[in-house]
Design a binder for this molecule. Structure first.
Ligand code: GLV
Length: 326
C-alpha cells in the first residue's frame, strides 16, 4: 500500500481503481490547480502522485517529497514536470499517449475547418440578426480546404493523425517537419519531409503538433509568421508557448497570415490582451484537444494503470524515464 495524492478532479472511477489496488488515496476533488506552496505541502508524504498539466512539478516540489516514487501525468504533454530532475531522484514519470491521439486530431481538424469556413463568425453574424440577404460574395468568404497543402510541424502520433485526415479525407498534399524520417506516414500518405522554412513557404494550413521544449518555445514569432503565405492559416493544438502570442496578434492585424485557430495559449488560461477582442479569422477554444468524455476517461484510466504498475515495482506501460532509471 502506498500513499497517493491526486492533485485535482479526475472523477471517482480512477480514484476507486487506485483504492481497489490497495492504495491510501488523498483525493483533492477540486477543479482549481493548487498554488506551488499548496502543492509542496500536499506532496510531503506522498509515494505516488497523479497530476494534471496545470500542476507544475518542479525541483521545489520534488525536493520536499522524499518518499515520492512515481508521478503519473494525466496528459500526453509533460512539459509541466521536470523529468530530468525526477530521474535524478529515482522517480518514475508517465504520461497518457495514444488514447487521445485521434480525439486531438479531430479537434485540430475541427478548428481548421471552423477557421477556413469562418464558422464562429458566421454563428455570431446569424445570432446578431445580420443575415438580411444572400450575397454572391458575402462578408464572410472563407477558404477552400480540399486539395490544399497541409504542413505538419512535428510528425509525432498526433501530427500523423492530423496528416491522415488531411490526405485521406480532404485530398491535401502533406508536408512535415520531424527530427527523423517518418517512412510509414510518408509512404501511406505521400507526405514529404521538408525544412521548416520550406513548410512555411508552401503550406496553406500549418498545424503545430510539437511538444513544448526549450527548442520549440517561441518557434513561431513574427519572423516565422512572415515566412508563411498571406493566405495561410496557423492551427495550434499543442502548447501555447510554441507561438509568441503578441507576434501572432500583429500578424493577424497586419494581414501577414490569413487566420489562426488556437486551442492553447501562452499564459493559460489567460489570453494575450488584444487577442480576446480580435474576432476576425481567429478561432479560439479553451484547451479542448482531448476533451471528449470517452477520451478523458481513458486518460485517467491510463494514468492510474501506470501508477499502479510503477508503485508495484513494475515498468509502467507509458513510463518516460524507465530506461534511465534501470
Ligand atoms: C493535453 O494537452 C495533453 O497533453 O494531454
Amino acid at each position: 500500500m502506498a500513499k497517493v495524492f491526486v492533485t485535482q478532479h479526475i472523477g471517482e472511477a480512477g480514484v476507486q481503481t487506485l483504492r481497489e489496488a490497495g492504495h491510501d488515496v488523498i483525493y483533492r476533488n477540486e477543479t482549481e490547480p493548487m498554488t506551488p506552496a499548496e502543492l509542496q505541502t500536499a506532496v510531503r508524504s506522498a509515494e505516488g502522485l497523479v497530476c494534471l498539466l496545470t500542476d507544475r512539478v518542479d525541483t521545489a516540489v520534488l525536493d520536499v517529497a522524499p518518499n515520492l516514487k512515481m508521478i503519473a501525468n494525466v496528459a500526453v504533454g509533460y512539459d509541466n514536470i521536470d523529468v530530468p530532475a525526477a530521474t535524478e531522484r529515482g522517480i518514475l514519470v508517465s504520461n497518457t499517449p495514444d488514447v487521445l491521439t485521434e480525439t486531438t486530431a479531430d479537434h485540430a481538424f475541427a478548428l481548421l475547418l471552423a477557421l477556413a469556413r469562418r464558422i464562429p463568425e458566421a454563428d455570431a453574424f446569424m445570432r446578431a440578426g445580420k443575415y438580411e440577404k444572400f450575397e454572391m460574395f458575402p462578408p464572410l468568404l472563407g477558404l477552400d480546404v480540399y486539395g490544399k497543402t497541409l504542413g505538419i510541424v512535428g510528425m509525432g502520433r498526433i501530427g500523423a493523425a492530423v496528416a491522415r485526415r488531411g490526405a485521406l479525407g480532404f485530398g491535401m498534399k502533406v508536408l512535415y517537419t520531424a527530427n527523423s524520417e517518418k517512412t510509414a506516414v510518408a509512404q501511406s500518405l505521400g507526405a514529404q519531409k521538408v525544412s521548416l522554412p520550406e513548410l512555411l513557404r508552401q503550406s496553406d494550413f500549418v498545424s503545430i503538433n510539437v511538444p513544448l521544449t526549450p527548442e520549440t518555445r517561441h518557434l513561431f514569432t513574427l519572423d516565422t509568421l512572415r515566412q508563411m503565405k498571406p493566405t495561410a492559416c496557423l492551427i495550434n493544438t499543442a502548447r501555447g508557448p510554441v507561438v509568441k502570442e503578441d507576434d501572432l496578434l500583429t500578424a493577424l492585424r497586419e494581414g501577414i497570415i490569413w487566420g489562426a485557430a488556437l486551442d492553447v495559449f501562452e499564459a493559460e488560461p489567460q489570453m494575450t490582451p488584444g487577442l480576446a477582442d480580435y474576432h476576425e479569422r481567429l478561432v479560439v477554444a479553451p484547451h479542448l484537444g482531448s476533451a471528449t468524455g470517452e477520451t478523458r476517461e481513458k486518460m485517467v484510466e491510463t494514468a492510474v494503470t501506470n501508477l499502479i504498475a510503477g508503485l508495484a515495482g513494475n515498468t509502467p506501460p507509458n513510463a518516460l524515464n524507465a530506461e534511465q532509471l534501470s
